[in-house]
Design a protein around this ligand. Structure first.
Ligand code: HEC
Ligand code: HEC
Length: 186
């Protein structure tokens, strides 16, 4: 019944992902070229504001629909396009709302999580191990880049192991049902 902690995903990535890592290009700051300083503020949690991922001017929860949509098109989509294109230009050359929200975004009123994205399984489950084994690079990209970027773009708190609150993969991806066979521990 637990939400899947990001920390556990990280452990899996380290275990499963290190073997055949080809290109280690972690810092994909292609276009923007910020003022040097690679990742100075990774540890010590709290407010490491990366200027590429601006939070809304007011708390996300207080924004009305139109303001949310505006933040999405003005900041979220351009910043995320850059990350996804740097990751795989061929696949994500024309990145947009539908990549996260699905082709039926409008009909679903942009509700998240999106049923168009792969379903994810709880930590330690068969399904989670399979996902990491099947998409080692993809999961690493999601964990090290997409999730922290989206968290900042929403001004959301980091995942907190003790409360299980905060921002996780499940902001975007659906969580598999507990009685799904692949949700069982491996
Ligand atoms: C990188 C992924 C991503 C992209 C690209 C993206 N969104 Fe979003 N969007 C999200 C996430 C995550 C949320 C949910 C935020 C929350 O409420 O926690 C969201 C929420 C929204 C909401 C608010 C929905 C609600 O129920 O309040 C709207 C409206 C929206 N997006 C519109 C858009 C539009 C329009 C675009 C394209 C211009 C777009 N989004 C592109 C990830 C994305
Ligand atoms: C901001 C939204 C967002 C968040 C947060 C997010 N993902 Fe994703 N994820 C995506 C999108 C968009 C794709 C690409 C979908 C496509 O094929 O167009 C994707 C694809 C994937 C894939 C498939 C990879 C592939 O190559 O097809 C996996 C596995 C995955 N995500 C796992 C994760 C995990 C694990 C986390 C948390 C550590 C996570 N995602 C967080 C949006 C998100």
């Amino acid at each position: 019944m637990r939400t899947s902690p990001l920390g556990a995903f990280f452990v899996s990535i380290v275990l499963a992902g290190c073997g055949g890592a080809t290109s280690q290009s972690t810092t994909a700051s292609t276009g923007t070229d910020t003022t040097g300083s690679a990742d100075t503020t990774t540890s010590s949690g709290s407010t490491s504001a990366d200027p590429r991922f601006p939070a809304p001017e007011r708390p996300w929860a207080e924004l009305d629909r139109e303001e949310r949509a505006h933040h999405m098109s003005r900041h979220v989509t351009p910043a995320m396009s850059e990350l996804f294109e740097a990751y795989d230009a061929e696949r994500f050359g024309s990145f947009g709302c539908a990549n996260c929200h699905g082709a039926d975004a409008r009909e679903r009123h942009y509700a998240m999580p999106s049923p168009s994205l792969p379903v994810l399984y709880p930590t330690g489950s068969i399904g989670q191990h399979r996902a990491v084994a099947q998409y080692p690079e993809g999961v690493r990209f999601m964990y090290t880049q997409v999730t922290p970027a989206m968290r900042q773009l929403l001004g959301a708190p980091e995942f907190d192991e003790s409360t299980h609150g905060g921002f996780t993969c499940f902001a975007c991806h659906t969580r598999a049902a507990d009685d799904d066979p692949l949700s069982q521990p491996e």
